[in-house]
Design a protein. Structure first.
Length: 228
């Protein structure tokens, strides 16, 4: 569901009119700002790691340096990166892993020797991250592709064709509606907010419950209880 569709739904709920304002209208500009607040609310909700925001440098590597250079230890990470994943891998042209690096926290590096194989990231989501490989790659690793899983920032709308990663975009509609009512001192603010929060909690429940064949909490098939 792109922003144009979300905006049309939002405006019909807000005004009860069939005609939707053009993208040059002030209402459209206001809605873009309200959608940004809604997406920020979703991405930061209750410390949730949304499955939709996990990606890889190979598929979402804008701004990143993803080719190994012999003797070079520092590589720019994707601009969308928010947190690092669990491993950094160097892959050949066929996609096979040639070298793997476990990711350390920067403060753990002091306890490793110079020849140990590891990597770490420095930086922050606002100014960007840098990947550091240790030891420096030699000529045998030159030209390999760097890939890793990372947790990314959410996508914000900038045009009507943009789409969100969110599982239930109706949260954006209800959150936009609630805040539009809020700024106009409309008493329907609370009811719209409740609808938005219901969508948000349902998404979190679905996100944290796995799926029918692979639940997050696996049952104990042994029939025994620890400590009994």
């Amino acid at each position: 569901m792109d922003f144009s569709t979300l905006f049309a739904t939002y405006y019909q709920l807000y005004r009860g009119e069939a005609d939707t304002p053009a993208s040059t209208d002030d209402e459209y500009t206001v809605a873009l700002g309200l959608s940004r607040e809604a997406i920020t609310r979703w991405s930061n909700y209750d410390g949730t790691y949304w499955k939709e925001l996990f990606t890889t440098a190979g598929t979402n590597g804008t701004g990143a340096a993803l080719t190994v250079v012999a003797g070079t230890t520092d590589y720019a990470a994707p601009t969308a990166m928010r947190e690092a994943g669990g491993f950094v891998k160097l892959k050949d042209a066929d996609g096979y892993t040639v070298q793997s690096y476990g990711i350390l926290e920067p403060e753990q590096v002091q306890f490793r020797n110079d020849s140990a194989v590891y990597c770490y990231f420095t930086g922050d989501p606002n100014n960007g991250f840098t990947l550091h490989l240790n030891p420096a790659p030699d000529a045998n690793l030159a030209g390999l592709t760097i890939d890793y899983t990372y947790y990314k920032k959410p996508t914000y709308f900038t045009s009507g064709t943009d789409k969100t990663e969110m599982a239930d975009p109706m949260f954006i509609v209800h959150r936009m509606l609630a805040n539009r009512f809020r700024v106009s001192r409309n008493p329907y603010y609370q009811s719209a907010k409740i609808d938005a929060e219901d969508c948000l909690r349902t998404m979190q429940a679905d996100n944290n419950s796995g799926n029918w064949s692979n639940p997050w909490s696996l049952s104990d098939p042994t029939g025994s209880v620890w400590g009994a």
